[in-house]
Design a protein around this ligand. Structure first.
Ligand code: SGN
Ligand code: CA
Length: 539
């Protein structure tokens, strides 16, 4: 059949209109469907990333993300604890809405997560490492996740296709290798990808890799100004928390004083899991790993034996702080190396240009500030979290942002970046204007709510509002206490000024603003009570 030229042109026109009609704006331009590499570590304090401060450690590879992208100085979480933070990140909704208020109950998988949405829109999705949800991730083409908290040595993994597997080696390195293997062997080059590379490190009971403990055990680190905080000047919550390095850290499992040495020195266990956790951790090591470990940690124990009797309480606290930092920072060294390898892979495979790289942690962590380890509190070092983002062509290299962004914002941001309109019920904001340097109209306050009490570390339930200048906190449940911090004048948060008449007006204004923000995010006293009751019945 012959067709006239005009007829042919008409067909082309129809074809063109059809293609335009079927292609969403994001799909028109492959550049607007970037790959996403989402890197998250567990309990990685911003104080231990040299892009923020090089007081403690150099993290050259992680820093690269900020020097080639943007560093967020005031990123924070909505609820500073592992699984709840992950639920907020994946759903873009506060804990009281997504239902994952604490670490204990499994995540409600009827929630829609942003990787599921990316998957529905043609993204290839994979997850490697720690999820900590009590169930498997939905919407992933591939996953290999640690059961629960996971182990540092010779870990088990739950896998999508191979059931439960046991591997020999150091977990941080294994998660990195899984990530690299997936990029090399399973990535489908016809689709953009969302790759979640999720470290267990540097979560507690810190066990560095051999190559790092050899080095770090001989290092010493500057003490934070508030290491000897006596918790006066505030309500009862700080003093009643059980996360002091001197009082609540386990001698064997945390400080790595061997059980036989504890016996010899008459050091009682801090908790009933003190020796047990230590023994369980070393029992996972192969004979070769154990011998290498003993060759370094046994001499440290012998040194300690000689000094212990003459040490004052203050000296012991300083000693335990150093032990803590040596192992915690040693764990981070392996994370930084892993990040370097994955960034190098992107470079070598021409993927850097069209891949958004995010580095964050599930929350911050106390590195001796207020005498503490762990997190949970709204006080800065646990409330704030690292956030570094690289997106070539969109983010100007070396950008720095001070806006109050939250983990709540990651889902809407990454969906928007992929050209997808975030569902209306997501509660976060897209950070893309901030990536481009446009900070106008961004929120001036964030909302925080912590629930897991009574539980390990005994941090009381509290919610609060944080602005650039102030932090107003309400501790409730078994207390009814308010605290106010002047963030400019008291950056270390050592004195609540809630009852100071000079702050009467600030208290009044912020109390109103807190009520408004609770309303905005649909949180309220009925929900607070509901979650207290739920906790009691299921405890
Ligand atoms: C464990 C840790 C705690 C930690 C919680 C929550 N103890 O219980 O120190 O606060 O996890 O951490 S340990 O004996 O297991 O080390 S989280 O990152 O999962 O929220
Ligand atoms: Ca955590």
């Amino acid at each position: 059949m012959n067709m006239s030229k005009a007829g042919l042109n008409f067909c082309y026109l129809i074809l063109f209109c059809w293609v335009v009609a079927c292609t969403s704006p994001a799909e028109e331009n492959p550049e607007s469907r970037p790959n996403i590499l989402f890197i998250m570590s567990d309990d990685h304090a911003y104080q231990a990333i040299s892009a923020y401060s090089d007081r403690l450690i150099r993290t050259t590879n992680i820093d690269r993300i900020a020097s080639e992208g943007i560093l967020f100085l005031n990123a924070c979480v909505t609820n500073s604890i592992c699984a709840p933070s992950r639920a907020v990140i994946l759903t873009g909704k506060h804990s009281h809405i997504n239902g994952k208020i604490d670490n204990r109950f499994p995540f409600d998988t009827s929630n829609v997560t942003f990787p599921q949405i990316l998957h529905d829109h043609g993204y290839q999705t994979a997850m490697f490492g720690k999820l900590h949800f009590g169930n498997n991730p939905k919407g992933f083409d591939q996953f290999k996740i640690l059961p629960g908290q996971g182990n540092y040595y010779n870990p088990d993994f739950i896998t999508k296709y191979d059931g439960d597997i046991h591997l020999e080696g150091y977990t941080t390195d294994i998660i990195t290798d899984m990530t690299l293997d997936w990029l090399e062997q399973e990535r489908d080059t016809s689709q953009p990808f969302f790759l979640a590379y999720l470290h267990k490190a540097p979560h507690r009971r810190w066990l560095p890799a051999e190559r790092h403990y050899r080095e770090f055990i001989h290092k010493s680190f500057p003490e934070p100004e508030t290491l000897f905080d006596d918790y006066s000047g505030r309500g009862t919550a700080a003093a009643s928390a059980e996360m002091n390095i001197f009082t609540h850290m386990d001698w064997a499992a945390d400080s790595k004083i061997y059980p036989d040495v504890m016996d010899e020195l008459n050091i009682p266990e801090t908790s009933e899991r003190d020796k047990r956790s230590f023994l369980a951790a070393v029992a996972r090591q192969t004979p070769r790993q154990r011998a290498a470990w003993d060759a370094v940690y046994r001499p440290m124990n012998e040194e300690f034996k000689k000094e212990y009797a003459n040490m004052s309480q203050k000296e012991l606290m300083s000693w335990r702080y150093q032990r803590y930092m040596q192992d915690y920072l040693g764990c981070i060294a392996a994370v930084d190396e892993g990040v370097g390898k994955v960034l190098d892979y992107l470079d070598e495979n021409d993927l850097t240009k069209n891949t958004i790289v995010v580095y964050t942690s599930d929350q911050g962590f106390y590195l001796g500030e207020h005498g503490w380890f762990d997190k949970r509190f709204i006080y800065d070092e646990s409330f704030k979290t690292p956030l570094l983002v690289r997106w070539p062509g969109v983010v100007e290299p070396g950008s720095i942002n001070s806006q109050m962004v939250q983990n709540l914002d990651y889902a809407p941001t990454l969906l928007t970046a992929a050209g997808i309109t975030p569902p209306k019920d997501m509660q976060g904001e897209s950070l893309i204007p901030l990536f481009k340097g446009d900070t106008s109209g961004f929120r001036d306050a964030v909302y925080y709510h912590y629930y897991e009490y009574p539980a390990v570390h005994m941090v009381k339930r509290h919610y609060g509002i944080v602005t650039e200048d102030f932090k107003l906190v309400h501790f409730y449940d078994d207390v009814d206490e308010w605290e106010l911090y002047d963030r400019k004048k008291d950056a270390l948060e050592m004195h609540s000024v809630y009852n100071d008449p000079a702050y009467e007006k600030v208290v009044k204004e912020l109390t109103q603003k807190l009520a408004q923000i609770r309303l905005k995010y649909k949180d309220n006293e009925e929900l607070d009570k509901k979650y207290i009751e739920l906790y009691k019945t299921d405890n």
